[in-house]
Design a binder for this molecule. Structure first.
Ligand SMILES: [Fe+2]
Length: 153
């Protein structure tokens, strides 16, 4: 993990899947940077806000790919991602239209993001670790159940 970004990810939010933890750390770093820019400029830095949203979308795709590769049902998690992304996108629009201030937006994203990691990503991390540890790997001289059955028949 990028050492600078690592400082932004609290230990209690780590899910012990390096690719996901790296992205979470990067997202928190982006959020902190966005907050600094908001304080400096007292408005929404459009480019950085768009990049943060794009990074969030990429991150959601990463989790979906990892779950699919491990054979984990991701339908409910994907639904929550869509809900989170829609909510953040809508809030970004409200800030752009002047109906919400930038700091409410940042609080909103932080709240959603932390809650999502605790409620959904941590259980996903546990499942991914379990699948990685218990993946079937034939030992030397050991055959798959299908092969054993074929030989027995
Ligand atoms: Fe997630």
């Amino acid at each position: 993990m990028n050492a600078e970004n690592a400082n932004f990810l609290p230990v209690e939010l780590m899910i012990e899947v390096p690719e996901v933890d790296d992205q979470h750390a990067e997202l928190f770093a982006r959020l902190a940077h966005l907050k600094d820019l908001c304080i400096e400029q007292n408005c929404l830095p459009v480019k950085e806000a768009d990049e943060l949203f794009e990074a969030l979308c990429v991150h959601c795709d990463t989790e979906e790919r990892l779950a699919n590769e491990a054979g984990i049902d991701f339908s409910m998690h994907a639904f929550k991602h869509q809900k989170m992304l829609r909510g953040i996108y809508r809030t970004l629009q409200e800030v752009r239209d002047g109906r919400m201030d930038v700091f409410s937006l940042i609080r909103f994203i932080e709240y959603w993001f932390e809650r999502h990691i605790i409620e959904d990503d941590k259980p996903l991390g546990t499942q991914l670790q379990f699948r990685a540890t218990h993946a079937f790997q034939p030992q030397r001289g050991e055959h798959s159940m299908a092969l054993q059955l074929a030989h027995a028949g």
